[in-house]
Design a protein around this ligand. Structure first.
Ligand SMILES: NC(=O)c1ccc[n+]([C@@H]2O[C@H](COP(=O)([O-])OP(=O)(O)OC[C@H]3O[C@@H](n4cnc5c(N)ncnc54)[C@H](OP(=O)(O)O)[C@@H]3O)[C@@H](O)[C@H]2O)c1
Length: 342
């Protein structure tokens, strides 16, 4: 059969199901798909390629004869099973935070640093959702104007917390009371929580530290000044970001819009007179990163404010992962694959 044997660990989750959908949409050459999850889901059926595939329990034996494995089952599962998968598969694309800051593991957003995949094989890390969409917009502006600093506030949807986030929001909206299983510290319906992940002793949230570290690694700017405030809002899908950027060179809004319009993976949606700007609902189900509200700072001709929105399950996770798979498998000759299994 032509194509790859592809395992998806966490196939029943929000990201895993979106990976299956995107593999189909983009006609990725899948010869056989192996859906994996926890024992809770064993025997469950997932639809792929017109067939109902039975979900198996993830184990050390799950990856025999696989070419490629996607992981979206949380960091502890990735830490345990990704290295096992990497011994069987040519490529492992990991959506969790387990390996993102490992200096030997490339952390890739193809629009920014696909070159790091050249000749590489093994575990590739997929970034955190709020970082992935932001760097797609930052990279072309950096190339044009030289990025100096980033101040960002996020408005992150509950699907960023997985199924349990959506369930908590739905429960609170439907019943008017808090769910005992809510992953949040406060009510999420009709609220905004300036906490995404646990705080460290200095008061920085886990998501804020990820945005700092991962932006620097992906853009290869180890000293970039990044100041995030990450906020969970009662939106089902789609992360929005209010971003203030300072550059080494002068910049104006028209130049910035032109730069962004010509850049890969970006849609500029910016006509203030007709209230045309990206919103989470408009971006739900889309693979691109949307940018609007581009404004020059009247007090600083080296600075810009803008608004960035993307579907966190797609560009923030599954689409980016499948783009990485396309990049790596496109460079993998059949002969090399045969050698891998020899
Ligand atoms: N949601 C986002 O926007 C987003 C963006 C970027 C990265 N990520 C990362 O992607 C991963 C999945 O997120 P999600 O939103 O899809 O979460 P989710 O909806 O809660 O799904 C979690 C998946 O992991 C599986 N799983 C949990 N424990 C397992 C175990 N011990 N062994 C095997 N499978 C196990 C679950 O299987 P069962 O159904 O059997 O429980 C389910 O398929 C996380 O690492 C997350 O940080 C998420």
């Amino acid at each position: 059969m032509a194509g790859f044997r592809v395992a998806v660990a966490g196939a029943t989750g929000l990201v895993g199901r979106t990976i299956l959908q995107i593999l189909e949409e983009r006609a990725f050459p899948v010869a056989e798909l192996v859906p994996l999850a926890s024992p809770r889901s064993a025997g469950k059926k997932l639809s792929f390629g017109g067939e109902a595939l039975q979900v198996s329990t993830l184990s050390g034996d799950s990856f025999d004869r696989c070419d490629l494995a996607f992981f979206s089952a949380g960091a502890s599962v990735s830490r345990e099973y990704s290295p096992i998968a990497a011994r069987h598969c040519v490529y492992v694309i990991d959506n969790s935070s387990a390996f993102r800051m490992d200096p030997d593991v490339p952390l890739v957003v193809p629009e920014v640093n696909a070159h790091e995949l050249n000749g590489y094989r093994g575990i590739v890390a997929n970034p955190n959702c709020s970082t992935a969409q932001m760097v797609v917009a930052l990279q072309p502006l950096h190339e044009a104007f030289g990025l100096q600093s980033v101040v960002v506030s996020t408005y992150q949807s509950v699907s960023g917390t997985g199924e349990k986030g959506i369930r908590a929001l739905d429960h609170e909206v439907d019943t008017g009371s808090r769910s005992t299983e809510s992953p949040y510290q406060h009510p999420i319906a009709f609220n905004a929580l300036p906490q995404v992940g646990d705080f460290d002793t200095d008061g920085w949230a886990e998501e804020e530290k990820k945005m700092i570290d991962e932006t620097r690694k992906i853009m290869n700017l180890p000293d970039l000044h990044v100041v995030p405030t990450t906020v969970r809002v009662p939106v089902r899908v789609g992360h929005s970001e209010s971003v203030y950027l300072r550059f080494h060179r002068e910049v104006d809004a028209a130049q910035a819009r032109r730069t962004l319009s010509g850049a890969p993976g970006i849609v500029v949606f910016d006509e203030p007179a007709t209230a045309k700007y990206p919103t989470a609902l408009q971006c739900d189900g889309r693979d691109e990163v949307f940018v609007g509200r581009v404004r020059a700072d009247p007090a600083d001709n080296h600075a810009l404010a803008l608004w960035i929105v993307a579907d966190n399950l797609r560009k923030g996770a599954a689409t980016n992962a499948v783009q990485i798979a396309e990049a790596v498998t496109g460079t993998l000759a059949r002969r090399e694959r045969q050698e891998h299994y020899a």
